[in-house]
Every structure is written in C-alpha cells, then in structure tokens.
Design a binder for this molecule. Structure first.
Ligand code: FVH
Length: 290
C-alpha cells in the first residue's frame, strides 16, 4: 500500500474511474459521493467510504474533487471550509479559467493548497497511456502529490497560474469540437447521396491526417504575426472556394449551419486586404493581439 492516503469527492463516471485507478495503484482511498450508493462497487474493491464530506476531507492530505461543475464544487466544499485547512485540493472538475482562479483564491482563504486540473480522457482511458491530466497551481503541491496524480494518468504541469489547466483544456476541446464539426458535416454530405459513412471513413481519416500539418504551420504564423509567409493556398482563393461548399451543401439538402460561420470571417479578412495571406490570419479577427 502506498503511504499517502487520497480522498476522492464525486463518484460519477469519471470520479469512479479515478478512485479505481488510485486503489489499483495501492493508495489508501477514501471516497464520498452525494448519492451514497455509487460508492458500493469501490468499497467492495477496497475503498473506504466516508459518510460525510467532512469525514472524507479529514481522511487524507490530498483531496481529489471530480464533480459535475463549478457550482457543485462550491456547494460541496463551502460547508467544510474549515476542514480544508492544511489539505491539498486537486480539483479535476471542468470549469473556466476564471472559475479556477476563483477556486484557488477561495482555497487559499481556507488555508488549503490548490491545484486545478483538466482531464484529457474519457473514463475508460484513465490509468492508460492514452490519458493525460493538465495541472496548474502550486508547483510544490504538485510535486509532493505527484505519485498519486500520476496514478490517474500522465500528469502535465503547466504553471503557477491556476487558470492555465482550464485554459489549455478548453483550447484542446475547442480544437476537438472544430474537428468533430467538420467530420459531421462531411458525413451528412456523403449520406445525402446514400453512401455509407463507413465506406467514406478511411478516405476522410487519410485526408484529415494529411491536413494535420496546419497545427504546427498555423502556430508559426500566429506567433510571428506574419500570415503572408510561405502561403500555399491564399485566403482569397479559399474564400471564393468556400462559397462552393455552402452551395453544394444546400444543393444536397444538407444544412450548412455547422460550417457556415467561417464564410463571413474569410470574406471580412479578404475585404480588409489580407487575401494574399493564409487562413491562419482569421485568428486576428477572433482576438486582438496583446
Ligand atoms: N466523463 C467524461 O468523459 C469527461 C471527461 C473529461 C472530464 N470530465 C469532467 O469530469 C467531471 C465529472 O464528470 P463525470 O463523467 O464523472 O460526470 P457524472 O457521471 O455526471 O457525475 C457527476 C458527479 O457530480 C456529482 N454532483 C452533481 N451535482 C452535485 C451537487 N450539487 N453536489 C454534490 N455532488 C454533485 C454527482 O453526484 P450524484 O448525482 O451521483 O449524487 C456525481 O458524482 C465533470 O466536470 C466533467 O466535465 C468528464
């Protein structure tokens, strides 16, 4: 058995996976969930059940929190604020950067150390090499509890600002949803012609892999602010061609609503005199360079 006890608050799908990973790694694991019955399977596997949040917090120096959202974290922790003094809270509940800073300040007021986390995995991926968890907040606290955190997934520490884990989490998820958006639209087009999505999938996968160079290529242009360097497909051409995508979708009876917002942004950037540049320049319309 590993020597640092750990408490897990929240036994939804993710909290259960986290607690199970800790148990498997040999940590003395105390669990609490609002709906107590969800602890039963874990107790059968060796977890200690806490009857109250206060009891759960008392049980371990490290308290891993994985609840639905920011409000449920506040609702759960506020009544046991005093018990948190001297504890380390690793809050792996999804939230915004502002909420992370707010929780860090609140924890500090209670005399607790705070790490904010973003889980980059779905529950079955926990404790597998495919999963990673982003952390930000107090570096020393991260290092002290690293063994327990590493039992959940590969840990990636981003810096002292508690908001960083959430910011990276949201940025990664936004990239993911952008990709999903394109995939769904592509399948709707294919289905409009009675072609099986599965038959088209290998080609779509090949194409998206081929285009993944944009991740690093756009990053270079965005960081330098030079969207005109090494342009292969200029924005004016892409903007004109994009109209065909919307027209074709409508012809095929496919709603273009997932794709459509990109068109006016491209047109605006071209009208502003950036038609010779790369698509990466759209970032300048989304956010003003500091
Ligand atoms: N599951 C996933 O794929 C994603 C992967 C990335 C990270 N997320 C985030 O993890 C947080 C928890 O997600 P989850 O999958 O465990 O969610 P649920 O299975 O719905 O469990 C929710 C737990 O929260 C408890 N809860 C809800 N409201 C309250 C409240 N007001 N007070 C106390 N506890 C509350 C709920 O308790 P109960 O309904 O069983 O009594 C569950 O324990 C989440 O931030 C994801 O975005 C998961």
């Amino acid at each position: 058995m590993s020597d640092t006890p750990v408490t897990v608050l929240g036994l939804g799908d993710m909290g259960t996976a986290l607690a199970r990973a800790l148990l498997k790694a040999g940590f003395r694991t105390t669990v609490w969930n609002r709906t107590a019955a969800k602890a039963e399977a874990l107790v059968a596997e060796g977890a200690l059940r806490a009857a109250t949040v206060a009891e759960a917090v008392e049980a371990s120096p490290l308290v891993v929190v994985c609840l639905l959202d920011h409000d449920s974290v506040r609702d759960t922790l506020a009544p046991v604020a005093k018990a948190l003094t001297g504890k380390a809270v690793a809050n792996l509940t999804s939230g915004t950067p502002r909420q992370a800073r707010e929780m860090a300040a609140w924890a500090a007021d209670q005399g607790a150390d705070y790490l904010d986390g973003g889980i980059m995995a779905v529950p079955p991926m926990i404790a597998t090499p495919a999963a990673f968890v982003l952390y930000s907040g107090d570096r020393e606290v991260f290092e002290i509890h690293r063994a327990a955190l590493d039992a959940l997934a590969r840990s990636e520490y981003l810096g002292e600002d508690a908001a960083l884990a959430s910011l990276y989490d949201i940025a990664l998820l936004s990239g993911m949803y952008g990709m999903f958006t394109g995939i769904l639209h592509a399948y709707a087009l294919i289905r409009s012609q009675d072609i099986k999505a599965a038959d088209f999938a290998p080609m779509l996968g090949r194409w998206l892999n081929g285009m993944s160079g944009a991740v690093a290529g756009y990053a270079e242009k965005i960081d330098s602010g030079d969207h005109a360097r090494g342009v292969v497909s200029n924005l004016a051409m892409q903007s004109a061609g994009f109209g065909h995508l919307i027209e074709a979708a409508e012809e095929q009876g496919v709603s273009p609503e997932l794709l459509a917002p990109l068109g006016p942004l491209m047109a605006r950037r071209v009208a502003d005199g950036h038609g010779h540049e790369d698509l990466s320049g759209l970032v300048e319309l989304l956010h003003t360079r500091p």
